[in-house]
Design a protein around this ligand. Structure first.
Ligand SMILES: NC(=O)c1ccc[n+]([C@@H]2O[C@H](COP(=O)([O-])OP(=O)(O)OC[C@H]3O[C@@H](n4cnc5c(N)ncnc54)[C@H](O)[C@@H]3O)[C@@H](O)[C@H]2O)c1
Length: 429
């Protein structure tokens, strides 16, 4: 297999994960890395045998080398996508760019226009599109077996501990440092709904608030940090010492709080004493919502309800109802569960079918297999050999992000927002 070459900008959880999948699949050779944290940078350098003069602590000198690979992977934080992405586009790189494109609609538009003008391909990491379960669902819908879609109910269950780790204490808790919950977390879901339905959303309405992870819910006698001897340590579901210090094999949490690839107990304790990860979960500087609903009216009277919620164990659950039948699918946590569908077959009674997704699921990486699916698809796509339906153009992803921004406007104003008018306002600004 002829490998493609890649540069990785931002070698944290996502960038590091992609570099590993590139190695494991033997489809890509990473030839340069930019990452300020030494242990993260060195891990990728040793995995791919990158020479020292191609390892950088910032993206600027890496891109100053010119175009030295087929694709640039950009996995810096939400507010740090635009700088390296625009520069890489200017150099003629195709991009694998982490979602969201950017926290502001005008920047998303600018990036889409820059990519279009330069004629490069920009693939945004909307990983659900590359899971077997959602690919199968798309196949069923497009086969016409359930007829015209009338209604969709879709739930994104974030999971209470994932919420506390990422969206209260972690990188995404405060929207001014990252982006809104709907954009940073649920842009996957708004994207997948538009992809599955294959029609345009006309108008949108939303409720959403942060009701639980607030100061008002802190027990009066709880100290500012879990490391300060909290009297509720044994009963609190969010005791940071338990989740970060005692859970020695929770490399995700321990790596995130320390920034290290192989953190020691001392480094974890220090992080809990000094960073947001050790703070009482009710006394952080988070501002993103912990539950939200979005109601959408699509073309041809298709009604869609989406719910994002922190108060569960995690997963995604979708129920699609059409004129000829219905279909249900889910990721239970990260595990695909069987798709069931039920057809109203005239003259033959009712037809019911179950597709065993666990048996079908050959891919085992994160996001229900979506991460590995993305890397394998990217390879075929960049080589011009891709036959599937998953990869969106940057125009399509830009449009799908606009629906998220429109829904946020609806939430903040309490109004129903017309999506086409919203798009025009963004593009005429
Ligand atoms: N597709 C998905 O499902 C998914 C899941 C989680 C996160 N994300 C997105 O991926 C992005 C990265 O998230 P993450 O969890 O990997 O965060 P992270 O904090 O683990 O990684 C970001 C990395 O960028 C590095 N960085 C900072 N400044 C840099 C610079 N000047 N040059 C190069 N690197 C620099 C940081 O040191 C860090 O290692 C975010 O935009 C996030 O929203 C996507």
């Amino acid at each position: 297999m002829n490998k493609l070459t890649a540069v990785v900008i931002g070698a944290g959880s996502r960038g590091g994960g992609y570099a590993k999948l590139m190695k494991d699949t033997a489809l890509f050779q990473v030839v340069a890395v930019a990452e300020p944290i030494a242990s993260r940078r060195e891990q990728i350098a040793s995995m791919h045998g990158i020479p020292a003069d191609r390892c950088f602590s910032d993206w600027t000198p890496l891109l100053d080398c010119g175009k030295i690979a087929d694709v640039a992977v950009i996995a810096t934080m939400d507010r740090d996508h635009m700088g390296p992405a625009l520069r890489a586009i200017e150099l003629g790189y195709d991009l694998l760019l982490e979602k969201p494109i950017a926290p502001e609609p005008a920047d998303c538009l600018a990036l889409y226009k820059a990519a279009e003008a330069k004629g490069v391909r920009v693939v945004i990491c909307t990983v659900l599109r590359y899971t077997n379960v959602f690919i199968k669902l798309k196949e069923i819908i497009d086969s016409g077996k359930i007829g015209e879609i009338m209604s969709v109910n879709h739930e994104e269950c974030v999971g209470n501990i994932h919420q506390s780790h990422s969206f209260v204490r972690g990188n995404w808790g405060n929207s001014k440092r990252s982006s809104t919950m709907l954009l940073q977390k649920s842009c996957h879901d708004i994207d997948i709904l538009q992809w599955l339905i294959g029609k345009k959303c006309k108008s949108v309405q939303s409720y959403g608030m942060r009701s639980f992870f607030t100061e008002a819910n802190a027990p009066e006698d709880a100290p500012a940090r879990c490391t300060d001897g909290c009297p509720h340590a044994d009963t609190c579901a969010y005791n940071a010492l338990k989740w970060y210090y005692e859970a020695k094999d929770n490399l995700w949490f321990r790596g995130a709080c320390t920034g290290e690839v192989e953190p020691t107990d001392e480094q974890v304790l220090e992080a809990l004493r000094t960073t947001n990860y050790g703070r009482c979960v009710f006394r952080v500087d988070n501002d993103v919502v912990d539950h939200q609903t979005v109601n959408m009216l699509f073309e041809d009277d298709c009604l869609v309800t989406f719910t994002m919620n922190a108060f569960n164990a995690g997963g995604r659950f979708i129920h699609i109802m059409g004129t000829k039948g219905e279909v249900r699918a889910a990721l239970d946590g990260e595990t695909p569960i069987d798709i069931t569908y039920f057809q109203f077959v005239p003259g033959q009674g009712m037809g019911q079918e179950r597709i065993d997704m666990k048996a079908d699921n050959s891919i085992t990486s994160g996001h229900g297999g979506g991460d590995e699916g993305l890397i394998r698809t990217l390879y075929a796509y960049l080589r011009g050999e891709y036959q599937g339906k998953s990869v969106p153009t940057i125009e399509e992803t830009y449009y799908n992000h606009l629906l998220v921004f429109a829904a946020e406007q609806a939430r903040l104003t309490g109004q129903v927002v017309d999506v086409e008018q919203f798009r025009k306002a963004v593009e005429e600004r």
